[in-house]
Design a protein around this ligand. Structure first.
Ligand code: PLP
Length: 292
């Protein structure tokens, strides 16, 4: 039920369909966002709307897909979807995709379409995961679709290895995967950035093999505001094994502690004190209890 914004129109959920020859369905070139609106005293509040819309437009530009709408129109589409579907809180999914005019790798002349769907999806990680932390496994799949030129694009085509990695981790009894880059350095989770804490200092992979995450940036700012040092640099897998604390960040995962990697217990094997502090200030921020 409900409506989806599709190319400027509000379409009933069940009618928001595409043709089977949709180009993006075949070759995977498309861009998307995962945006969250939190329930606040003042109604649903979209967290970092401008940053998500900017990243969507940057993704399209990097992929050479010409956006047929303005940023203002895409922002309005997201607030409209929340309002028209009467969502108290929401996960929003803007998607940019090529039409079905032609097959083949030449993208010339293909139409570009935009959809914005929204639904209630209160939690990606369980409350236990947020409190106790999750078990992670280093993946045999690498994050090779995201290289130095692709960190700024959240593109549909770069999620194959993330899906393979997550499914590999789940079938191996873990909760989430950690992907390495081509050279063996730590990249990110299947849909999260990663942070390591040692001796009170936060470390996170530099933007060469991971998505330029909006939650990552918020956490860096929050941590620095609270007096912590944050270093963006290359991180090796064994640094996680001997870390005091580690956590994932993402719009869906929020701030999720990592309690175990590849059978090694990280720190005390539970949410560490700095992780807990940052998680709490992050929740205050997204729920509008502090200045955004
Ligand atoms: N890394 C990947 C591969 C993702 O898909 C996401 C989710 O969007 C993130 C990191 C976290 O990014 P953000 O905090 O902008 O949601």
């Amino acid at each position: 039920d409900g409506v989806i914004w599709l190319d400027g129109e509000l379409v009933p959920w069940r009618d928001a369909k595409i043709h089977v020859l949709t180009h993006t369905l075949h070759y995977g070139m498309g861009a998307f966002e995962g945006v969250r609106a939190y329930e606040t005293d003042r109604g649903p509040a979209i967290f970092r709307l401008k940053e998500h819309t900017d990243r969507l437009f940057n993704s399209a530009k990097i992929l050479s897909m010409k956006m047929p709408f303005s940023k203002q129109e895409i922002n309005d589409a997201q607030t409209t979807v929340i309002r028209e579907n009467k969502l108290p809180h929401a996960y929003l999914r803007p998607l940019v995709f090529y039409g079905s005019e032609a097959m083949g790798l030449r993208a010339n002349g293909l139409s570009v379409h935009v959809a914005v769907a929204g639904w209630e999806w209160p939690s990606y990680m369980s409350p236990e995961a947020l409190e106790l932390g999750i078990k992670v496994r280093t993946s045999s799949y690498t994050r090779h679709h995201v290289n130095i030129t692709m960190c700024k694009a959240k593109s549909s085509g770069s999620y194959m290895n993330s899906m393979l990695a997550l499914n590999e981790a789940l079938s191996g009894g873990a909760d989430e995967a950690l992907l390495l880059d081509n050279e063996g350095y730590v990249a990110e989770g299947s849909g999260e950035n990663v942070f390591v804490i040692r001796d009170g200092v936060l470390h996170t992979p530099e933007l060469t093999s991971c998505l330029d995450g909006i939650t990552r940036k918020s956490i860096i700012e929050l941590a620095e505001e609270r007096g912590y040092k944050v270093r963006e640099r290359r991180i090796t897998r064994d640094e996680l094994y001997i870390a005091d604390e580690a956590f994932f960040t993402g719009t869906a995962a929020e701030v999720t502690p990592i309690r175990e990697l590849d059978g090694r217990i990280i720190g005390e094997g539970k949410r560490g004190p700095i992780t807990e502090e940052l998680q709490s200030v992050y929740f205050d921020l997204v729920r509008g209890k502090s200045d955004q």
